[in-house]
Write a new protein. Structure first.
Length: 258
């Protein structure tokens, strides 16, 4: 199949751009190996664009070394404060500089979050108040996060995200404690690799936090789905932080317990 595709591409006289979207859905190692072979042997007049939520085992190091591979990652796609203001202006939304800065802070430059906020802001009687109250529990944002970021995950991953959402930061050991299952560190690492709104806080990638809007949404879902378990989760978290000398966080979870 690879030879056939390469032959077809080589016979084309005009420039061709080959686009492969949702590449993260491809799990076959054999298929990935064939795709790598295709990509490293493309004719000079063919460009390939790959879109994926996570890094795949494509051996493209030769293309990278040759300067023939351009990589656009999540940090490159985040809006700056200036770009946030431009988006609002283009959408016809009148918002103060402080309001635009707050919206950028809440969304952390997430393009889809800004777009959803702009849609909700259009025609809103009090834009400044809307931004001040904007969170992951906003209906349009919550619907998106539910469909794209939570329901696509395995049941054990959903459970981990919900039970650890009441933490400002989480590591594998603490997540194991709150879920009652081992292996949480691997799940957290895989979620960050998948750009699933999980952000590492240290170079060793042992501590993580959730994107602000995603954390808001998860806490709302936790209260909806497992309200009776919230006190016990706070109790376990308080005990863990106290045991590890993290007094401020231990007190915060103790207060949340009542």
């Amino acid at each position: 199949m690879v030879d056939r595709v390469l032959s077809e591409l080589a016979d084309a006289s005009d420039g061709i751009t080959l686009v492969i979207d949702d590449l993260h859905e491809l799990h076959s190692q054999e298929a990935l190996a064939l795709l790598t072979r295709l990509l490293v042997n493309l004719p000079a007049h063919v460009h390939a664009i790959l879109a994926t939520r996570r890094d795949l085992r494509l051996r493209l190091h030769q293309l990278r070394l040759a300067g023939e591979l351009a990589e656009i990652r999540a940090t490159d796609l985040r809006f700056t404060q200036r770009e946030t203001r431009e988006l609002l202006e283009t959408s016809g939304i009148a918002l103060s500089a402080a309001g635009a800065a707050l919206l950028h802070q809440r969304t952390e430059g997430w393009a889809a979050g800004l777009r959803l906020a702009a849609l909700s802001l259009a025609g809103h009687p009090d834009p400044e108040r809307f931004v001040a109250e904007f969170s992951g529990s906003d209906r349009t944002v919550a619907e998106y996060l539910l469909a794209e970021m939570l329901e696509r995950r395995r049941a054990d991953v959903q459970d981990l995200l919900l039970r650890t959402s009441l933490l400002d930061r989480v590591n594998g050991q603490l997540a194991d404690l709150l879920t009652g299952h081992l292996g949480s560190d691997r799940i957290l690492l895989s979620l960050e690799d998948a750009n699933a709104f999980v952000i590492s806080l240290d170079p060793e990638r042992t501590w993580f936090r959730y994107h602000q809007l995603f954390g808001d949404f998860l806490r709302l879902e936790l209260r909806r789905r497992l309200p009776e378990e919230v006190p016990a989760l706070h109790r376990r978290a308080a005990a863990w932080f106290a045991e590890h000398g993290q007094v401020v966080e231990a007190i915060r979870h103790t207060q949340a317990l009542g």
